[in-house]
Every structure is written in structure tokens, then in C-alpha cells.
Design a protein around this ligand. Sequence first.
Ligand code: ADP
Length: 248
Amino acid sequence: HIDTPSVLYMDGVSVSFDGFKALNSLSMFIAPGEMRAIIGPNGAGKTTMMDVITGKTRPDSGTIVFNNQHDLTRYDEADVANLGVGRKFQKPSVIESLTVFENLEMSLKGGRSIWQALMHRLSGAQKEKLDEILELVNLSDRTHHLAGDLSHGQKQWLEIGMLLGQEPQLLLIDEPAAGMTDEETMKTAELFKTLAKKHSLMVVEHDMDFIEALDCKVTVLHEGHVLAEGSLATVKANPQVIEVYLGR
Ligand code: ADP
């Protein structure tokens, strides 16, 4: 499709619901190892954008290419995940009655039932990976605590750790900072900067302090397409962006 290496290439993607264009010729390019923040008012199309990338919604038209080779519009959700696209919804979905360790253990074994997963032993390499993830997501001192006893922020980190077990190349993360304390929010920004050394990230977020801490390129969505793109300072100074956020 294109010569430049890209993790995600979207061109002219449109989706209508009963004649209403939730995405209206959306185009975007995410480079390998790039972190991108996505902002935009309610109804801008952020969720629909993640739905079309992950195969949950099929676009009416347009191109979505993963890794310069896979046409994602042809795959369903499970296949997109297997290709290496991890999605984190806003609400954490950890298993509260299992420990942090057991939740991670299950994610590393993937696809089995809880009981099969708990009976199955981790390989040496998987154990190392699990320790690495625990360290990365700031949960080493909570290894044997029940997930249900974690703070909201810690549950979000655990779920991100569980996604990492699948070794995704691209992570789509929906409003991670919502409901977090200021300290958790800043630790999450640090975590994402570390993750961006190995993965590409798309982070949908409303919290401007968090986005500032991410220190990455920002895309502003409005009415299903890209209204502005650039540093946070640049898009904040854009008259059209100001109009969209303040002029309503
Ligand atoms: P955001 O996540 O930026 O708030 P959404 O992608 O959820 O925006 O929604 C974009 C627009 O599409 C909204 O006006 C919403 O009402 C509409 N929409 C989203 N999903 C559906 C659906 N399944 N059926 C009908 N309308 C939808």
C-alpha cells in the first residue's frame, strides 16, 4: 500500500449508523513505536474508530492496514487480536477473586478455561515474562493480593499487564486516567512512555494533564474525521479546536 513503515494506516474510513456518519473519511497514520493521544468531544467518533480497527465494526468504505500487510477490514475481532492489536476498554475486566499473579498467569496461557489455566504450569520463559510484567506495571509488591483488593488504578495496570502477556504490537487504550488519583495518573504516563519503547500506543483520553505528561503527538477528532494533529500546545492553539471545545 505505502512505502513508509507503519503500524496502522487508515485512509478514508467511513461508517454510518442509520444514515448518520459516525466516521466520515477518517485518515490516520501511526508509525512503529509511536504513542498517539486521541482527543475529541463526545460523539466525535473515538469509540467507533477503535471498533473499526479491532474488527468489531466493519467500515462502509476506506482502508485500514496493519503493519503494511494486513487489511484489517477483512478480519473479525479475534483475528485482529491474534495479529497483535490489544484493546483495553475503560472499565477494568480483571477477575477479582483471583490474585494478581493468577490473573497474569491466565493471560500468559491464553484461551484456556480458568481451571485449565490454573492447573497448567508456566514455562521458565513465561515465569520470567510474568515477573517482568509485574515490575513494569508497578505491582511486584501486590503479587499475591486478590485483584478485587487493588485500587482502581492498580486494576487498570493489572489489565494492561494482562494485555502485554499477548505481546501486542499496537495497544488501543480507552481513557486510562479516568477515576485515577493524580499520583496514579502520573505513574501511568511513565508506564506508557516505557511501553512505547517496544509497542505502538493509541490512547483515547480527556485528561489534559495526563496528555501533557505523555508528551506525544495528539490527534483531535470531530464529526468523524481528523480536525487537527500535532503537539498538545499546537492543537490547543488551533482556532477550530477551540471553537469545537468552547463554542458549544
Ligand atoms: P466518542 O467515542 O467520540 O464519544 P462514538 O464513536 O461513540 O463517539 O460515537 C460517534 C457517533 O456515532 C455518536 O453520535 C453516536 O451516537 C453514534 N453511534 C455510535 N455507535 C452507534 C451505533 N451502534 N448505532 C447508532 N449510532 C451510533
